[in-house]
Design a protein around this ligand. Structure first.
Ligand SMILES: [Zn+2]
Length: 223
């Protein structure tokens, strides 16, 4: 009897976790919308990327990292004031797939909230969306997101960290993955010359194929 009760409790907890969507890797496949996302910044490529987005009149989402924000607070304001979405990429970029200590729950929450507090000191905005480093999205991540009223958003395609790819190969890979509901992952930390060089072209391709470029909130219909 006790066992059945325990199983029912576990099932109840699991259904609680998944009762409302707390995790997305793409938007709806029926809407011709795509979201560009940039991780780990603000960084050396942010200004150039902002300029491209402005020239092309599109909005993107920036998953900011606490340690990157510290020396580049003005860029956080610039991103926000130019109408892009700010999201949370935690403070230190710990790889929680490799974190083996017992305090992982507390550590993840601390990382999430420390980044949030730093952003809140610069702009009046609650991020609501988190992408844990390396796309960590196991059940614990979902539980923490839920407890703190966040939604986890990973990506449907990304390859800009693969240094072995040439600029053209990288561009072709992104181009091949243009589809409804796609979430593209790129990085604005470091110079990221390859992305900066093909981004205008990629945006034109996406538009030419009849897609609208939107923020994560728009893609996922989050108010
Ligand atoms: Zn990252």
């Amino acid at each position: 009897m006790k066992k059945i009760f325990l199983i029912l409790c576990c099932l109840h907890f699991v259904s609680f976790l998944y009762a409302s969507n707390v995790f997305y890797a793409n938007g709806e496949s029926t809407k011709k919308q795509i979201a560009l996302t940039f991780d780990d910044g603000p960084g050396a490529a942010t200004e150039e990327i902002l300029k491209i987005l402005k020239d092309k009149d599109v909005k993107a989402t920036f998953f900011l990292l606490g340690v990157s924000i510290q020396p580049k607070k003005q860029l956080v304001k610039d991103i926000y004031e130019q109408g892009h979405q700010i999201a949370n990429h935690t403070y230190n970029h710990f790889n929680f797939y490799k974190y083996k200590k017992d305090d992982i729950h507390e550590k993840m929450q601390e990382e999430l909230l420390k980044c949030e507090q730093l952003i809140n000191k610069i702009i009046d905005y609650k991020t609501k969306i988190v992408r844990f480093p390396h796309g960590f999205s196991r059940n614990l991540a979902k539980q923490i997101a839920k407890e703190n009223e966040y939604i986890i958003v990973t990506w449907s395609f990304g390859c800009d960290w693969q240094t072995k790819l040439s600029r053209d190969e990288m561009y072709e890979q992104y181009k091949k993955n243009i589809k409804s509901g796609a979430i593209f992952l790129m990085h604005d930390l470091g110079k990221n010359k390859k992305v900066v060089s093909f981004l205008p072209q990629l945006i034109d391709d996406i538009k030419k194929e009849g897609y609208e470029l939107v923020t994560i909130n728009e893609l996922l219909n989050i108010k």
